[in-house]
Design a binder for this molecule. Sequence first.
Ligand code: SF4
Ligand code: SF4
Length: 365
Amino acid sequence: MAGRKLTVVISQSPGKNPVKRQLEEEIATRLMLAGTAEVSVVPHLYDLTADHTGMLWLKSLRGNLVVLGWLYPRAIRWVLDRNGVKGKEGESRLNLVEDAEADDEHPEEEAPALRGIGSLDVPNRLIYAIDLRNDASPQTYLTEIQRLSDLVSTPLVQLGSFGSAPSPLSILPTNNQVAEPPAREEPAKTMSGLDLHSLMNGHSTEAAPPTVIDGADVRRRWYPVIDYSRCTNCMECIDFCLFGVYGVDHSDRILVEEQDNCKKGCPACSRVCPVNAIIFPEHKTPGIAGADGGPVEDFKIDLSKLFGAPTALEMAVLERDTELVADGREAVGAAIGLPKRQTDQAEKPRDDLDDLMDGLDALDL
Ligand code: SF4
Ligand code: SF4
């Protein structure tokens, strides 16, 4: 296993923001020239379907992974897991910075213990998910990747996954169709907006170029992602959603079965989940998009504790009704899909405090 390089995947921004493209390019190019990592570039992870070449490529990768993308690390991790790209959670210092800031704001509060049902069939390797919104400087990521590269090649922390046979389950497509991963020797070499050849101008051409998966055929998507480190399998989401998005697997575990049945822009079920396990990675509210803690999430929890006001639940009911009506169906209010304890709360008459909370929520603090 000596000499095996760390594998780094850069998940591109879904738009064509030139600043984001430049950051992606600089990281890819400098990693390539440094020669310390095997680099791949794939389209925006969240938008990839299970049978897209980009996802098949990810499934074909072995060993420890660093995945950089324009999403919160929780979102990256559980999008990958849902698609069979599994691994143990690797801790990046870049993510710890965010956590430490949250701790500083609430030094007396300990992080809640996670008692979720967890992921299944997790192979013995690490996946480091890093949010590219952490810092605008490529050097920040290069430094961290170098540190991780040194770390995983040290026997004390090496998990032994480099070069070892993968868990068969880790490469099975989630739709149970047998799919061949793309051959690693013949990767796609095109990427919209990226010109590696010009970036390499004046540099050694001996460096192996990154594998680049074309994203021209990728369309934007919107669907919930379950964080199984939090999910307790309570089934409140499947009861609440009236659009057939959720299902259960052969072990009666909740899963997002029909992703594309979800209604674009609607995050209703994330407000119903008692443990904040449902992530909508593209939602503008960090607590819904997968941020760990943070002011918005804490603020909402604090207000609910103080006043017992079920604002989030009321909003969920309203959002669901809006989508039902848009579908030509009848609004159901709180009459369907809510556990009794929540139904009681949802039917309480609104008061000034409810209006205040809705107003604050709308401000997206
Ligand atoms: S509501 Fe949340 S905790 Fe319950 S099954 Fe759904 S995702 Fe899991
Ligand atoms: S947001 Fe609405 S449509 Fe989408 S999964 Fe949740 S409840 Fe169902």
